[in-house]
Structures are given as structure tokens and as C-alpha cells.
Design a protein around this ligand. Structure first.
Ligand code: HEM
Length: 315
């Protein structure tokens, strides 16, 4: 059994075998209580490219799950013109030169400490390190001042608790889950709003204000970045290193930056930090021969789509 499978089984002892079992039943399968599950990359692409029929807002969509917690304008629950407009404004913000400088600034000190420990031959827990690093970057994006490693660990755990409220079957969070999620996200929104109102354009929130985003959009973006940007990175980073080490490629990739991009892409495919994507069906349609109707949920099993293309092979 490979490590990815072992990890997924440990994390999701019931959902993972179900998801892999569904892959054996065909490219697209209706699973009662869950939705229509897509296991094939080209069908997944068809769904993702048709944002009119398969939506992130409306019944059965990610909006059903997250709008009560994050508000209506946080990209991951938006479609159409409003989505395109917000994406465009954020693209102006997250240009590579800006994100590279932000990461270099925030990560210099923790990476120095990590390098020091490695150089002295000490054991390093890469999972913990990745959580702290991801937490530090998102903390900076939100406008958190002077966070400690302990604070980032705590932030990460709080995010994990919110994300783990959602299972394959969850259509909506219960009122008490919404309350608990908001208890985590509202204080982060307050921090983001404070930074937004200060308007310092060297901060992400200050730049959002300069780009014409409203305070609510900045608040929502902070919550969305926190939910989407911590666990994903902290899942990928240690597995990327482990895959390279297991395949005898770590030294080669570390020595040649041109190999790093393909290695990251291949590690993303094999580890699939976002194993499932959700869309709500807005109008009657047929996908891969399966009829879907308004209110249906389509679950794109990214993990199944990606695993169909074989084991880790960055070459
Ligand atoms: C290994 C790292 C990451 C992976 C594999 C990843 C993967 C993905 C995927 C597959 C989606 C599409 C989901 C869907 O359409 O249903 C997505 C959306 C999104 N991600 Fe990431 N992500 C990563 C890191 C991040 C980070 C660091 C941030 C923010 C700082 C972020 C913010 C977002 C946002 C805001 C969306 C919604 C975009 C939209 O709907 O327009 N992600 N991500």
C-alpha cells in the first residue's frame, strides 16, 4: 500500500474507501445521499468549464455550505460577472513579484530556524513546520501582527476544526456549526477589517482597499484565504518532500530550480490536497450519459481523476 493511500485511510477511514470504491463503478456515478460523483478528468473539465449549469452558488453548491459563515462574496461561492470582476481585482494584487516578496519576508526567519536545525542534525517535523509556515503567510495576508509559532499552530487547528465540519454528505452546516465556524472566522475578519481601514498599502488588506474592494469583501477574502490556503499548503509541502525523498530525487530537485515546478505539479496530482470539488446543478443537463437536475450536487472526485493517471513520476 503506498503512503498516499495510508495517509488518506488514516485521515478518512470511511470516506476514503467509499470514494475509491465509487471510482471503480465508472467515470460518473450517482451515489444516494452524496450526489453525482465524477471520477474522470475530462468529464470534470466539462463540468468546471460550464459555470452556468454547474455553479458554486445556489442549491447544492459550496455557497450552501459557506455563505452563512463567510458572506456572499468570497469567490468560492460566486459565479458569473461578479466572480470575474473580483478575480480580476485580486489578480492585480497577487502578482508573482508581490507574493514572492511577501513570502520571502515572512518566511525568512522561520526558514532560517528550520535550516539551522537541519544543519545541526536535529530531527524536524515537516508537517508541523509546514503548518507554521502556512499559518505565518496567511496571518500576514490577513493583517495579523506579531504572531508566534504557537499562535500559528493554534490558528491552523482552528481552521482544521472548521473544515472538518464538512463531510461528503454535508449539504449545509447546522446552526451550531455555523456559530462555531463564525466564532473562529469573525475575529479574523475583525483583524482584516482593522488592517483594511488603516489603509496601509504595504499590507494586503490596505491594497485591497486601494483596489476598490469593499470592507466586507476584504473581510470575506480573509476568511476564505484562511480556509483555503492553510491546510492545502500544509498537506502538499511535507508530501512533496517525502515523495522526492522516496524516489531518490530530493538532492537533484533541490540543486536545480527548473525541476521544482514539474515536481510540485506532479506532487499536487498525486497527493491532491483538494480531493473533492463541489458544484450545484442549476439547470437540467447530461454529463457522461448521466442526467442531472436542478438542486443535484456534483462532486468532482479530484483524487480519483488524478490517481487514474498513475504513480508519482515528475519526468
Ligand atoms: C497546495 C496548495 C493549494 C491547492 C492544491 C489549491 C487548490 C485549489 C482548487 C482545486 C481550487 C478550486 C476549487 C473549486 O473550484 O471548487 C481552489 C480554489 C481557491 N483557492 Fe486554492 N489551493 C491551494 C492554495 C491556496 C492558497 C494558499 C490560497 C490563498 C491564499 C488559496 C485560495 C483559493 C481561493 C480563494 C479559491 C476560490 C477561487 C475561486 O473560486 O475563484 N488556495 N484552490
Amino acid at each position: 500500500m503506498n503512503w498516499e493511500r495510508r495517509l488518506y485511510l488514516a485521515a478518512h477511514p470511511f470516506a476514503y474507501p467509499l470514494l475509491r470504491g465509487v471510482a471503480r463503478r465508472g467515470a460518473i456515478v450517482r451515489v444516494p445521499g452524496v450526489g453525482v460523483v465524477v471520477n474522470d478528468a475530462s468529464l470534470a473539465r466539462d463540468v468546471l468549464m460550464d459555470g452556468e449549469t454547474f455553479r458554486k452558488d445556489g442549491p447544492g453548491s459550496p455557497g450552501d455550505l459557506w455563505t452563512p459563515v463567510l458572506g456572499p462574496s468570497v469567490l468560492l461561492n460566486m459565479e458569473g460577472d461578479a466572480h470575474r470582476a473580483l478575480r480580476r481585482r485580486l489578480t492585480d494584487l497577487f502578482v508573482p513579484s508581490y507574493t514572492e516578496a511577501l513570502c520571502a519576508r515572512v518566511l525568512a526567519e522561520p526558514l532560517d530556524r528550520l535550516a539551522g536545525r537541519l544543519a545541526s542534525g536535529a530531527a524536524v517535523d515537516l508537517v508541523d513546520a509546514a503548518r507554521v509556515l502556512a499559518g505565518a503567510v496567511i496571518g500576514e495576508v490577513i493583517g495579523l501582527d506579531g504572531g508566534t509559532e504557537a499562535a500559528y499552530r493554534d490558528l491552523f487547528e482552528q481552521g482544521e476544526r472548521v473544515v472538518s465540519m464538512v463531510s461528503l454528505r454535508t449539504r449545509r452546516l447546522s446552526p451550531s456549526q455555523v456559530r462555531r465556524a463564525r466564532a473562529v472566522l469573525d475575529p479574523l475578519g475583525d483583524i482584516a477589517a482593522k488592517s483594511y481601514l488603516t489603509g496601509d498599502e504595504s499590507t494586503v488588506m490596505g491594497r485591497m482597499r486601494a483596489l476598490g474592494l469593499s470592507e466586507d469583501e476584504a473581510r470575506g477574502a480573509a476568511g476564505a484565504f484562511f480556509l483555503t490556503g492553510t491546510e492545502t499548503v500544509a498537506t502538499l509541502l511535507p508530501r512533496l518532500i517525502a515523495l522526492l525523498a522516496d524516489h531518490g530525487l530530493l538532492a537533484r530537485v533541490a540543486a536545480d530550480e527548473a525541476l521544482l515546478g514539474p515536481a510540485i505539479e506532479e506532487a499536487m496530482r498525486v497527493t491532491t490536497p483538494t480531493p473533492v470539488m463541489l458544484r450545484g446543478v442549476h439547470r437540467p443537463a447530461t454529463v457522461g450519459g448521466v442526467a442531472v437536475r436542478p438542486g443535484d450536487r456534483v462532486l468532482i472526485a479530484t483524487h480519483n481523476c488524478c490517481r487514474a493517471h498513475g504513480p508519482f513520476d515528475p519526468d
